[in-house]
Every structure is written in C-alpha cells, then in structure tokens.
Design a binder for this molecule. Structure first.
Ligand SMILES: [Zn+2]
Ligand SMILES: [Zn+2]
Length: 838
C-alpha cells in the first residue's frame, strides 16, 4: 500500500481498490435485497427446527391476514414488528417459530367474489361459489406473499397454512365438536346482528358504528287519556311496535302507565310500561318498543315477555307482519309509512337528527336485528375468566390491556358463530329428518361437509332413523383463526411439541383487532385448553398518512408498500417502521423518514467499505493491541450502545434501538472516530505498528458489533457487509445465524469516555473552523491555541500528539485558565476556546 494513493482517497465517499472487494462501490438496494432474500430462502436459515432440543423455543402467533391481495403500509408495520422480534430472538439463541397463515374464509372474500363477478350467493351452487372464492384467494395470497418476501421478513414458509385447506378446517371442526361436548356451544333462536346485504348473522365485533343523518318524527299514539307523542327515527318499525315505555321518574306520564295505547296504521293495542332505561330527555320522553329496532328493544322484549313481531326477512324486506307494506325494502317502507301517517294526521313535527348506527364491517350496509336459529358460543359466562387471564398476560404497551377488558365487559350477547354464507368451514352436524334430533360428526370423519355429505355411519339416537339433513350454515371465520396458537403448536397430533410451543411467547397484532383477534383467541383457548394462548401481546398502532389522517385510498394519502420498496429499498422502509414512533401508538408515514433511512444506509455502506479496505491485513486472532484514548472512547460508547439496544429490544422499543444505533454509526463512528484514525491507518507503517493495529482492532470490533445490532432492523445491508467483514476469517456465515452482541462490561470505561469526549470536542471544533474557512480538512494549521480549565487542559496535554496529527497542526498550545471557583466538573459541557493560525 502506498501512502500517497491512500491519503488521496480518505473521504468516506472514496473508492477502495476494486479487486479487493466484492461489494459494489455504490449501495444498490434493489438488486442487493432481492438476492439476499433468495439466498436466505435457499439456505433455510429461518427454519424452525423441531428436532433441536438444545435451544429454547420462541413462538410467534402471527395473525393470518385476509387475503385481500394488498399488503398495505399498516400490514408492513405489523409484520416489521413481528420480524424485529423474530430476528432478535434468533440471534439471542432461540429456536424461533415464525409461521405464516392466511385467513381465507368469510365475508371479505365472499363480498369480493360477488362484486368481481357480479353475482349473489344464491345465484350459483355452493361448489361453484367456493371454487370462485378459492381461485381469488389463491391469487391474492400470492400477491401478498411476494410483498412480504420483498420486505425481507424472516418467516418460515415451511409453516405456511391456509384456513380454507381441508387439513386446517378439519381442526376448526374438531374444536367445534370438542366445545359442543363440553356444552360450551348451543343452537338457539336469539336476536342477532344481521347484514341484509350479506344475508347473514354477524358478531358484535363485526358491527362498525358510524355517524348517520336521519329524521326524528313525532308520531301520535292514541290512548284513553289522549294522544302520546313518540319521537322516532325509525317509523318503518311501527308495524312491529309491541309496547310504549316511559321513565318511572317522569311525572308527565305517570297517569298513562299501565294503560294501553293504539299503534297507528296497524291498530294494535299495546301496553304502556315504565322502565329506568328510558331517557326522559330524549324527544317527548316516550319510546316505542319494537322487535327489534335496537339492542335495548331486545332487552325489553325479554324482560317484559313481550310478543315478537318478525318484521324483517333475511334480505331486509318487510314480511307479512308488515301488512300492506309487506315486500317493501326498509327505505321504501319508511317512506310509505311516513306518508300514510301524514295522511291520517298522526305526525305533528319532525327535525333532522345525527346518530350512530351499526353497519356491516365488510359491506357497510346498516345492520338490523333479526331473530333466527343460530349457533352460539357461551362467551358471556366466560367474561370473568377472560378478564382474569387478560390480567395475567403481559401487554405492550400496558394500556392495550384495558381495551381487551373493556371490550369483554361490554359484550351483551353470546358470540354468534354461525353464518348464513357459503365460503366457510361447514358446521359438522346433521339433524334427523324424522324427529329433528341433532347428530354430531365423529372426530374421525373430519373434515366433513354436511351440506353435501351424509354421515358415513350411525343412526339417529332419538328414533333410529338413517335419514338426515345437514346443517346449512358455515362458521364465523374467527372460528378458523382463533385456534392458531394451538394449531401452530401442533395440536392435536404432536403433544410433545405442544408442550414446547403452547402458549405462544408472542401475540403481535394491531390495536384495532384486540377486540376480535386477542379476544377470540383468548376465549377459544381458555375453553379448549384452560389457559391463555399467549404470554405477551405486542400491539402496534395504525399508520397515518402524511396529512395525519388514517391512511386510506379515498383520502389520497395512501402509499403502496411496493412503491416505497422500489424507491428506497426494504431496509429503508423497515427503519421507518422501527423509528417512526413508539410501540403501540399510531405512526405517520413520512417519505422523509424513509429517505433518511436510505441516506443512512449509504453512509453505512461507504463507511464500511472504507473500514473494510483498511482491514485487508488485519488478523482478528492476534492478541488485543494496546488501545489509545479514542479507541477506548469508541469501544466504551459501543458497549453502552449494545446495552441500550439490548434493553430496547427486550422491551420492544424498536425506535430506541434504531435511533441509538444510527446515531452512534453516523456521529461517533463516522464523523468522529473514522476522521480521527485515518492518520493512524494510512501513515507510514510496518505490520508491527501497534498504534495502527489498535485502530484496526477498534474498527473491526465496532463494525462487527454495530452490524449485528442493526441486523434485525436492516437485515439485507447488514448481512452483505458482515459476510464481507468475516470473509476469509474464522467464520463467514450469515449475520442472521450469528449471536446478538451483548455488552462487554470490560470495555465500558467511563473515564475514557469522558476524556475521549474532550479530545473529540477539540477535533470537531477544528473541523468546524476549517470548514468555515472553506479549507480542506487536511489543510495544515500553523498554530492552534486551546484555552480551557485546568482539568480539561491536562487531558488535552497528554493527547497533544494525537491532536497535532489528526488536525494537521504544526504547533499546539494548551492554555489552562481559571474561571469562577476554578472547580471543574467532568459532567459539565466541556468549556474550551480555540483559535487557529493558518
Ligand atoms: Zn354486509
Ligand atoms: Zn330421529
């Protein structure tokens, strides 16, 4: 190596010798990332090893997403969190179980199939409809999988599953049969939330509340004591009105309670009740009880034993009970009834009203309440048990636990698990044609589809008949996806594996699905296995657009994940996910954050290439050379960083881990140390030059550690650089198969950090002066005068030679001055004053 040529290439943008390194001079994320993804997949380095009984296991219960075909920024954030943990734990020596599934059944796919092919469920056969859904799902899964792979997630694809596959839904059916045997399921006729467009029951968790504008009209009901006025926004329910109610403290109406009123238009005589749930300040203070306008109606009907008028059919049209309005859709009926009430002078006023209404989570149609035979799981009785186990699980952040508890306590009804749909796991029961008795499948028959299959054996336990009719309904898709913890762990066929992998160590999911995902998992596994399915719940917030609103296509603030990857690379997008905000809180998507991530990677790439070029003759097996102050300063800071980063990963604070590592690399390593050691690396030297070897030792060790600290966040660039660092030395394997760098306490040296920071301060001041004068950093300074307090001056005096060489100074003058009491605290910002003569 010739001194001259090296000195000429000392900036971090320098190009080292081409033939000595396989790394391209410029950081090209796209080619680089794709090739690493292939490499990892082929080498199988993310595979869970069931035969490895030495390493402890770490299992992650990843939520299987609905295959929508789109992997959006919110998904990207979710999966980044899972992956940060998976990669960190793998490096900590765990046998990580990181599966990926697809929640295929249910309304999202069915509605999409109906809209894509312009059909309704009744237009085609079950088999045809299923075939369309399977085809759509398969396409969408592939698209999402490609996006996941291009983000570099360390998923073990050998563990991939689809809930629509027979081997999976067989387990859903098995869990159904087990709950049935334990009498935790029942079939009964109860009012449920119903979507008239999807023509199915839906669970409380599937109702989305939105603001809606409507009209509140005052309707007259005649009584023997004169008219009572009822304010209602749903006059179409008048044919189903079974009572009026007032608040017991409302003195205006005490004379009416116990009397009867006449329902206008239908002339039905109904009782006038008093109930404390009536809001006396709403409208006139008199409400009508209809079957069923809302959930309170359901409660009142039950409480007072009122008759049920089944006004709506499954498509949301009025039934025969609607009299002359039979056959009309809800909106048409509303108009017709209001017109007729006007004609008979039963309306005395109206005003606009804004209120919350429930809508179908999938198609956004207003939800109605319908009573029909359905299957239920007895979740209401489980509330205390669910709350108790929720409290025993760790929640990150802690406040997310309350979401779960509040939700569990807010539920009014048992979980309705049957759906009047087609694309779902069939309910494995039949009913006797003769006596109607239910006949459940045997475990060994599974999977079965009673819609098209007869029971392979057996006869009705009630009457001995062999004639059955299969249950026509399918299960709520959450019945499929709320047993994943057990399925991942090998239930029911691998009990030994189950002991190791259940409960899952980590349950990561978005804040928005605590009430579904976390709740149903908890309920199902408690019912089946008697314990919580997860040990820690890691919650991520939502992604907001640059405008602060939720990211949504209709808001114009939507960003495609693939667009971001193509522009800046996955390692940049991943840095945004890690550093964009605190775990559990919403984070904004800002292009500037991703751009910064990309700039950082370029900085790291160039610095690493410079370091690597200076390490060509370095042998890491030689004993540690004698380190100088700045070496000890950097190594101490490095090991403090390892401490911070380890703590941060243990506590899922990915932003802290990322920011601290980026700051260290950018400022301490690149701005300070690299600038300061160049003269040592490239000065005239011999192999034995210990000072040079100490700098090489420090750089080698530092690069090795920072790459590993950064590996969970930026897996591609770190693997590329790490293999280059170790190539031809001891080990040359993937960084992701290597160990996490725990802090080396011996290298943490507070005194060196303090003294080193004084020297670093002087050096950066010199750089600032040169840069202000628009001089090269190598421009020689004739005389440098540094004024400081005594203690600082003493530190500088013992390192004057280093300062002279690093800052290119002919003569350094250190002057001690007394200020104030003369007492100097090392904790204080170092007080120095510099003047330079060129
Ligand atoms: Zn719907
Ligand atoms: Zn029978």
């Amino acid at each position: 190596m010739k001194n001259e040529t090296k000195v000429a290439t000392l900036s971090t943008e320098a190009k080292p010798k081409q033939d000595s390194m396989r790394l391209p001079p410029r950081y090209e994320q796209c080619a680089l990332e794709a090739s690493w993804q292939k490499n990892w997949e082929q080498a199988g380095i993310y595979c869970y090893d069931p035969d490895d009984h030495l390493r402890p296991t770490y299992s992650i219960d990843t939520p299987p997403p609905y295959p929508s075909g789109e992997f959006h920024m919110g998904n990207a954030l979710n999966w980044c969190y899972f992956d940060f943990v998976a990669r960190y734990k793998r490096m900590r020596g765990y046998n990580v179980h990181f599966p990926q599934g697809w929640d295929c059944h249910g309304l999202p796919t069915e509605v999409r199939a109906e809209r894509t092919f312009n059909i309704k469920k009744r237009d085609v056969s079950v088999d045809k409809f299923r075939e369309i859904c399977v085809k759509l799902t398969t396409e969408y899964v592939e698209k999402m999988k490609t996006a996941m792979q291009s983000m570099g997630y360390s998923i073990d694809w050998n563990l991939e599953y689809r809930t629509m596959d027979p081997e999976y839904y067989k387990l859903t059916q098995l869990s159904f049969l087990q709950l049935l045997k334990r009498e935790l399921l029942y079939k009964g006729e109860h009012p449920v939330n119903w979507c008239p467009r999807c023509e199915t029951a839906i669970a409380e968790a599937e109702v989305e509340y939105v603001h809606s504008e409507g009209t509140l009209i005052d309707v007259h009901f005649s009584t023997e004591k004169g008219d009572l006025i009822v304010a209602t926004s749903r006059p179409e329910f008048i044919p189903a009105c079974v009572a009026l109610a007032v608040n017991p403290t409302d003195s205006r109406y005490m004379g009416y309670v116990g009397k009867q009123a006449v329902v206008p238009l239908v002339d039905r005589r109904i009782p006038i009740l008093k109930d404390e749930l009536v809001d006396a300040s709403f409208g006139s203070g008199v409400v009508m009880i209809c079957t069923f306008g809302d959930k309170t109606d359901v409660r009142w009907q039950h409480k007072y034993g009122l008759p049920v008028v089944k006004l709506l059919d499954p498509q949301g049209r009025l039934t025969r009970e609607g009299g002359k309005y039979a056959g009309l859709a809800i909106q048409q009926a509303r108009k017709a009834i209001v017109d007729d009430l006007r004609n008979v002078s039963k309306i005395s006023g109206s005003k606009p009203i804004s209120r919350e209404i429930g809508t179908c989570w999938r198609c956004h149609t207003p939800v109605e309440i319908l009573s029909a035979p359905q299957w239920f799981m007895k979740t209401k009785d489980m509330t205390d048990q669910i709350v108790e186990w929720t409290n025993r699980v760790a929640w990150v952040p802690d406040f997310s636990k309350n979401r779960m508890i509040e939700w569990a306590r807010s539920l009014d009804w048992d979980w309705v698990i049957s759906r009047q749909r087609l694309f779902g796991t069939p309910i494995p029961v039949w009913y006797c044609r003769k006596c109607g008795q239910m006949f459940a499948a045997k475990d060994e028959w599974l999977p079965v589809d009673p819609r098209s299959q007869n029971p392979p054996a057996g006869s009705c336990p009630g009457c001995g008949s062999r004639e059955f009719v299969g249950d026509h309904d399918v299960m709520d898709t959450w019945m499929d996806s709320s047993i994943t913890c057990a399925v991942h762990a090998g239930w029911p066929d691998r009990p030994e594996e189950f002991q190791r992998l259940f409960p899952a160590d980590l349950q990561p999911n978005g804040l928005d699905i605590i009430r579904t995902w976390d709740y149903y998992l908890m309920a199902r596994h408690l019912a089946l296995f008697g314990k919580a399915p997860y040990k820690t719940v890691l919650v991520n917030g939502m992604v907001r657009g640059a405008d602060g609103r939720m990211m949504h296509k209709s808001y114009g603030n939507y960003v495609e994940v693939t667009e971001a990857i193509i522009k800046y690379g996955a390692d940049s997008v991943r840095q945004w996910a890690a550093a964009g905000g605190s775990t559990g809180y919403d984070i904004p998507y800002r292009w500037a954050d991703v751009e910064y991530g990309r700039k950082f990677l370029t900085k790291l790439w160039n610095a690493a290439r410079l370091i690597l070029s200076s390490l060509e003759d370095y042998d890491p097996t030689l004993p540690t050379p004698k380190l100088d102050l700045l070496d000890r300063w950097l190594l101490s800071k490095l090991n403090n960083l390892a401490k911070t980063s380890t703590d941060a990963f243990e506590n899922f604070q990915f932003n802290v881990a990322t920011e601290s590592t980026r700051n260290f690399i950018w400022h301490d390593l690149c701005d300070q140390y690299l600038e300061a050691v160049k003269y040592r690396l490239y000065a005239e030297h011999t192999q034995e030059d210990e000072n040079r070897r100490a700098a090489q030792f420090t750089l080698f060790h530092t690069l090795d550690v920072v790459l590993r600290l950064l590996a969970p966040i930026c897996p591609h660039i770190t693997d590329a650089l790490y293999r280059e660092l170790w190539s031809g030395r001891l080990k040359a394997r993937s960084i992701h198969s290597d160990a996490w760098p725990l802090p080396n306490e011996e290298l943490i040296d507070e005194e060196s950090e303090k003294k080193g920071s004084i020297v670093v301060r002087v050096l950066s001041e010199v750089r600032r002066i040169k840069s202000e004068k628009r001089l090269s950093m190598k421009a020689p300074i004739k005389r440098l005068r540094v004024e400081s307090e005594e203690d600082t001056a003493n530190v500088l005096r013992s390192h004057v030679d280093a300062i002279r060489q690093i800052a290119v100074v002919e003569q350094v003058e250190i002057v001690a001055i007394k200020r104030g009491t003369g007492e100097v605290s090392m904790q204080k910002e170092v007080d120095i004053h510099l003047s330079a003569e060129f």
